[in-house]
Design a protein around this ligand. Structure first.
Ligand SMILES: [Zn+2]
Length: 98
């Protein structure tokens, strides 16, 4: 289970911080894809995506839901059941809400 805060991965300009090690950057890119997909039609009741799971050798894809009360994006792999919650995504460049 990953508890992630999107803003922790960003530099002052709102981009994924370049100084991070490779795993951190990969994780940040993964979170960015999820935030982008989750906010395209907000709030999505529950949504399947073609985002690949971040678990090594897992070929599953990610399902997304949003808890509108906490404004947390929840994600879960359909195959290995890895999952997490993302907060701090509001107002980032991947937040597509109008
Ligand atoms: Zn998986």
């Amino acid at each position: 289970m990953f508890i992630s805060t999107m803003t922790h991965f960003l530099d002052p300009e709102g981009n994924i911080a370049k100084e991070m090690h490779k795993d951190g950057r990969e994780h940040a890119s993964f979170l960015a894809l999820i935030v982008d997909a989750a906010t395209k039609d907000y709030p999505p009741p529950k949504k399947s995506t073609d985002i690949r799971c971040l678990t090594k050798k897992c070929t599953g894809t990610i399902d997304i839901a949003i808890d509108t009360k906490e404004e947390e994006i929840r994600w879960r792999c359909i195959k290995c059941d890895e999952g997490g919650k993302i907060s701090g995504w509001q107002g980032t460049k991947w937040d597509n809400r109008k």
